[in-house]
Ligand binder design. Structure first.
Ligand code: AOF
Ligand code: ZN
Length: 375
């Protein structure tokens, strides 16, 4: 392991993170070209269908430095692609440029790549070093990797709780728990999200818009899971004028006609047996729809039953939990208990436990904790 390799891969990750929602369903990727310790080129993937990070990086090299390209080392956060998709293969670019040393972070789990990019380069005489354990490279590519391997989006569960672990003080009430700063951060996340999903109860009680109006950027696809047909269709999330983003409404029937252009009603009775309107059957169906639409990231924003649905099925990848340390409800709707997650269900299925990531942040007056599945 070379210390400089890790530093330059860190730089690749900083660049990759500049890619926003437009990158989806491609992975976020960053690349740098280094000659004798000096960065002579940098680039990142900005938009699906557009130039890959390696192409942007080579393009950015100044005229006077171009003769150095064959003598430079190319660092990329992800294995270079080796097939012609919407754009040509990066392995060809590397060979055309005469680059002889490539350092990568993650192997690209996309079926067409998956190690073949490395073997093509190695066979062509390029020296390749890889760092699959590099945390930054894992993080920037994680949505794409889950999408490619599990055929479902990367699932984030997001909620806010009181200091004593309640989502709301009473059933059927709306109560704002987190700080204005946390709200802006949530909208920033939404602007980089593929889709936001909530349950019918949340739509009826909170009447959320689920867009990213407090932060610049595109609005996500909105999904309402309403297997009992409880929503009326008059709620803001279904109204075209509340946002330019489309909404998917999963209902038990087609009793309500879509009035807004961007509202798509999915009649579950035509797609699933009624005993699968909830639970693993529903999740499987939902993931198939999202995979078909090439959505590689999904944020689940509640309520309690929906959060539990994903938790109990073990179908989640990250939990973002805000806690307001000043608020005590004493009773109400309980937040999911993450410490009770590990264990075995009655059907013998193991429940994916949760572990806290080391980073705990203060956002406004709130505490933001991040949890990952116990591996
Ligand atoms: C790279 N560098 O910056 C990205 C890669 O349709 P295309 O041509 O854009 O190809 C998409 C595939 O390329 C995608 O499925 C993934 O495997 C890879 N993404 N590869 O070398 C990049 N974004
Ligand atoms: Zn590529």
């Amino acid at each position: 392991m070379k210390v400089n390799d890790l530093l330059f891969l860190d730089r690749c990750c900083d660049l990759a993170r500049l890619g926003g929602a437009a990158v989806s369903p491609n992975p976020r990727v960053g690349a740098v070209l280094v000659y004798q310790g000096r960065i002579i080129g940098e680039g990142f993937h900005q938009q699906a269908g557009g130039a890959h990070a390696e192409v942007e990086c080579v393009r950015s090299v100044q005229q006077e430095d171009r003769p150095l390209i064959p003598k430079a080392t190319l660092y990329v956060s992800l294995e270079p692609c080796c097939f012609h998709g919407r754009t040509p293969a990066c392995t060809s670019l590397i060979q055309e440029q005469g680059i002889k040393e490539v350092v990568i972070g993650q192997i690209d789990q996309t079926a067409e790549v998956s190690g073949k990019g490395i073997s093509i380069l190695t066979s062509a005489g390029v020296n390749v070093r890889s760092y699959p354990a590099h945390k930054g490279c894992q993080q920037v590519a994680r949505e794409r990797q889950v999408f490619a391997t599990e055929k479902r989006p990367f699932v984030q569960l997001k909620y806010a709780q009181s200091a004593d672990g309640f989502l709301a003080p009473l059933e059927n009430t709306t109560y704002w728990i987190s700080s204005p700063q946390s709200r802006i951060l949530t909208h920033r996340w939404r602007s980089r999200s593929g889709a936001i999903l909530v349950g019918a109860k949340t739509v009826i009680q909170d009447n959320p818009q689920l867009n990213s109006r407090l932060y610049p950027g595109p609005d996500p696809l909105r999904i309402v899971v309403d297997p009992k047909g409880q929503c009326s269709g008059k709620e803001l999330v279904f109204q075209e004028q509340s946002s330019n983003a489309p909404t998917l409404w999963l209902r038990p029937d087609a009793a309500i006609e879509s009035t807004a252009d961007q509202l798509e009603i999915i009649d579950l009775s035509k797609r699933l047996p009624s005993n699968e309107y909830w639970g693993k059957g529903l999740l499987k169906f939902l993931f198939a729809i999202l995979h078909q639409r090439e959505l590689h990231q999904l944020t689940v924003e509640g309520g309690a039953a929906i959060l539990r649905l994903f938790l109990e099925a073990g179908q989640w990848d990250e939990i973002l939990r805000f806690t307001n340390p000043q608020k005590y409800f004493g009773a109400g709707v309980e937040a999911p208990s993450l410490t009770r997650l590990s264990g075995t269900q009655p059907d013998g299925q193991h429940i994916r436990g949760a572990v806290t990531a080391p980073e705990v942040q203060k956002i406004g007056g709130d505490i933001l904790e991040v949890f990952y599945p116990r591996s």
